[in-house]
Ligand binder design. Sequence first.
Ligand code: GLC
Length: 487
Amino acid sequence: MNKSATPKKTRGKGAGQKILFAVSEVAPFVATGGMGQVVGTLPLALKRVSEKTEVRVISPLYRKVRRQFGSGMEFLGDVWVHLSWRSQYCGVFKLERDGVIYYFIDNERYFDRDEVYGSYDDGERFAFFSKAVPAVLELIDYVPDIIHAHDWQTALVPVYISTTYAERYPDIRTVFTIHNIEYQGKFPMAILGDVFDLQGYDMGLVEYNGCINLMKGAIVCCDRLTTVSPSYAQEITSGGGYGLDSIIADNIGKLSGIINGIDTEFYDPASDPALAQKYDVDSVEKKAANKKALQKLFGLPVNTHKPVLCVVSRLVSHKGIDLLLPIMEELVSDDVQFLLLGTGDDRFQLFFTELGMKHPDKIGINIAFNPEVSNKIYAGSDIMLMPSLSEPCGLSQMIACRYGTVPIVRAVGGIKDTIRDCRLGEGNGFVFRNYESGELLDTIRKALHMFTHHPDQWEELMKEGMRTDFSWDLSAKAYIDMYSSLR
Ligand code: GLC
């Protein structure tokens, strides 16, 4: 367990490091949310800022990935992975894309399913994957300096590297990134205790408050702990840690907050193929053509003077959807149009579907996860609402800015680090503080006032958002510095 007792490999200062990302989803292969998008772009960004750093990615081979990308993959071989008394087949496939090497772990029992998450045996599936990561390193002939794991699904990787695999791989260091601390990988001891194949003290690493808590294990075992914004790094140690605050406080020396970037090539209104009309910061007037196309798409009256407000979000409580419910009727009594795209909790889906049927001339609802439609919405709307209760980083507020759509956001987590209130000087959005529907409505009305009565100010605000640098460059450098500190 104690790695400091083993001699540390020393390397020349100029030598590049070998990194392996272990992750349960990675775009473009599969992404159910922000983590998949982030992990899909970060390897390329790291390569751009440090040519010497080599980043490869390892992820499960889900049914969807096999069907869509399987024909381009090379089979490397297989090993057996032990989970206590079970021994499981583990095939490894390789695929290179845009200069990045991806490995996919194959086990049909665990991953040949339509859904990525949400199965009764998720704990066992991702324990298998996490154990497979160190188990296949020889087979893939890539023993990294650092394994960088993400969220609870791969939280067992740092645990195995510092226990079961400590003797075999004493030089491998681990980084663990928290994308959302709300999901910790908690399971009853009785059900999963034996699956992880950890004994005695080692089993205690993943125990917390009488149950298994995989994220806690990673926090304790990793060499560096990061999360996706500086503000969220503060919040999770001061009341926003969903029960893990004190564990993080004990490990605070390892923690840093590095803000996510967005893929500024993919999210670029000057080249986005999903748009009816391309535009940039010097031709914002062309955005109007996208608004017309969007109004048509959602069957709303075509009128570029009407403000179009949108929500593009998972429909779950922590995104602040609860705040919208009590003010929707009042909001649509104003002269506005409202669009919503997203899936999530039944109660929200039902609420918005019914609301859309009640106000077909003002409201357009699309209960779906659809990247192409989402880009059309970002391009055609005037205002995006993001009243999150908690937000580790958040990507939508940055994407909205990129498309000249003004975000109205709550000051929390990564939103605080990316959006500045235009009423306080040079800002790129409207920001409100308290988690209250009244404050949200009030802020929306202030924004609508500017939109209607001060079009010049509004245009400046749009442009300020479009000019804000949300690229990965600075953050990728911060990751490289953090990796280098592990030499
Ligand atoms: C999670 C967080 C979101 C963050 C994303 C990428 O989905 O909820 O705030 O932007 O991960 O790190």
